[in-house]
Design a protein around this ligand. Sequence first.
Ligand code: NI
Length: 174
Amino acid sequence: MILNIAAFPAEILRKKAEPVEEITEEIKTLIADMIETLYNAKGYGLAAPQVNRSLRIFVVDRNGGKSVVREPEVFINPEITAFSGEIIADEGCLSLPGEFAPVKRYAKVTLTALNEKGESVILEAVEQRARALQHEMDHLNGVLFLDHLPSFRKDTIKKHIKRRIQSGDYPQII
Ligand code: NI
C-alpha cells in the first residue's frame, strides 16, 4: 500500500522516533508499504516518521533509486558507529519535495542495525550512500537537511515553501 508522505513543516518530522521492540507482522507490513512508497515517489530513502510512524526504521535503495533494478535495504534501530571525512553535495528530501541545497556530511560511515529478519548487520558506506544513511538517520531524530544549512539558506527555503503553499504548489502537510 502506498502511504502518504508527511511534508515539512509537519510535526511528526520533528519528533525523535521510538526503537522497534519486536519485528511483528504489523512492522513487516509497514516496511513493505514503505518500500512501495519509496519507489512510487522515485526516492533514494524513506524513514518511518515520513509516513507518520514514529519508529526507528528506514529503507534505502542500494543503487540510489537510479537503477531499474530495485534493491531495497531495510534498517531497524540503526546507529552510526564510526564516521570520517567530509563531502558536500546537493541534497533533497521526499518531505521537502522540489527543494535542494548543498549539505556537508561525513564521507564514510559505519552503520549497525537490524534487517527486516531481525539479523544484525554492519555496513560501511561511502559518498552518496553514506550521505543517504546520514540523511535517513537524521529523520529518526527529528532532524531535516535544512538544519545543516546556514540560517540564510534555511530561511530562503522556508520562504520558498511558504510561497508554494500559498499558491497551491506544495503537497498537503499531513
Ligand atoms: Ni528525507
